[in-house]
Design a protein. Structure first.
Length: 145
């Protein structure tokens, strides 16, 4: 590649950006959605201002195996975060997406169990019999202690 420009592909973009009114440390991850296979930009959801004095500064990003990261300026920790919870939009979307137009039907019943008014016991039902019948195919062992 002979030249880097705004269309150059990247996985992680990190560093200071002083351009016009923008004055912050960028941390952006390009992440491929496993369902749609589209590449999406995920931005760190906090702003870290860059140093604006005339000195040279060292900007560092530490990525850990457990998805945690830490941003340093001049070897001083400025922010800590997690790739799964501190990126916008989130790398892992919410498990359920709330539908604001969703509502229960007017005849919805919240009871966990509902008696069936039409249910009847069989004609040969005997209330004196045990509620559970032992399975003749199962060998029951009595243990002594």
């Amino acid at each position: 590649m002979s030249q880097l420009d705004s269309s150059t592909p990247y996985t992680i973009m990190f560093g200071p950006d002083k351009c016009g009114a923008n004055n912050k440390v960028h941390f952006i991850v390009q992440f491929q959605n496993p369902v749609t296979l589209d590449w999406e930009e995920k931005h760190f959801n906090e702003t870290i201002p860059i140093r604006s004095d005339k000195k040279t500064h060292l900007y560092s990003l530490l990525l850990r195996k457990d998805n945690n990261f830490e941003i340093f300026i001049d070897s001083v920790s400025m922010r800590k975060g997690n790739l799964l919870t501190h990126m916008n939009p989130p790398i892992n979307p919410p498990k359920e997406i709330d539908d604001p137009t969703d509502s229960k039907p007017s005849d919805w019943v919240d009871d966990t169990e509902i008696d069936d008014a039409e249910a009847t016991k069989p004609d040969d039902w005997d209330e004196n019999q045990p509620r559970k019948i032992p399975d003749p195919k199962v060998c029951y062992m009595k243990l002594r202690f």
